[in-house]
Design a protein around this ligand. Sequence first.
Ligand SMILES: [Zn+2]
Length: 324
Amino acid sequence: MILGIDIGGSKVALALGDGEGRILGETRLGPPDPSPARALADILIEARGLLSGAGVAAPDAIGVSAPGPLDRRAGTLCGPPNLPTWRDAPVVGPLSEALGAPAYLENDANAAALAEWRFGAGRGARRLVYLTMSTGVGGGLVLDGRLYRGRGDLAGEIGHAPIEWDGALCACGLHGCLEAYVGGRAWTEHLRRVVSDETELARKAGGASGLRPEHVVAAARAGDARAKEELERFVGYLARGVVLAVVAYAPDVVVLGTIASAAGETLCFAPLREQVRARIWPAAWEDLRILPAALGARGPGLAGICAALEGLRGERETGRLGED
Ligand SMILES: [Zn+2]
């Protein structure tokens, strides 16, 4: 049995399951304690509860999905933006020691890409590009049936490809990144800046200062012209990022997470596919699938499990942690 743990800024998810994605038990915790040691103690209580509930003495492996920057080989988090107190925080060592099993750490976008590839929208595909699309835009690549990390684990970060030269400032410090246009935080800031308080759209949110992407999606669905305009802008920028990924990697499937999934087929995926199709070679479009993420609430726990499966695979093939 594999124990999967997803550590996020607003919650921690745990799942106990097997390599086929069957879940024996899962649980969630609120935001992790700012002290990594205390947070790990909380996580261990939940983990032991899951294990004893399933009658498992110790897991075969532990996988941790967590936001970057992180040091995968050292098994530490390096002060990610939404967990700033987790600086050089050992995660793998303490969990492995306490639960008596090997533990593996993976960037959350990579782990989620693996989960959608093994168990979700990308099941059966050989090549998958995944974009997280929540607060930021994380990216993960599965190429020819394995996670592709690139030099320094830097591959697949489509969210930080410049799609507008000298464009909007991104949270990463660069200008014009995809994330600066379609990331949840950036889009929210944009909406609050450009939507007038006088519009129906702003009134629905109790004023422009309360606007969030979900208000735009709901209003566009109800036919609001201003909201549709904002959603078209979102889809237009998203298409630039997807085109880039398709041209570079020729994937079988592009899977898009939270915000795109929430916007749905009519408002997001149908117009997005049209724009992508118009910008790439017909041969690259043929059989290409652009789909919403399919795992929903099961995603984080399965991402943790996939972090372990990928760690075990790497070790099996090379005999060394993370050297592939
Ligand atoms: Zn950026």
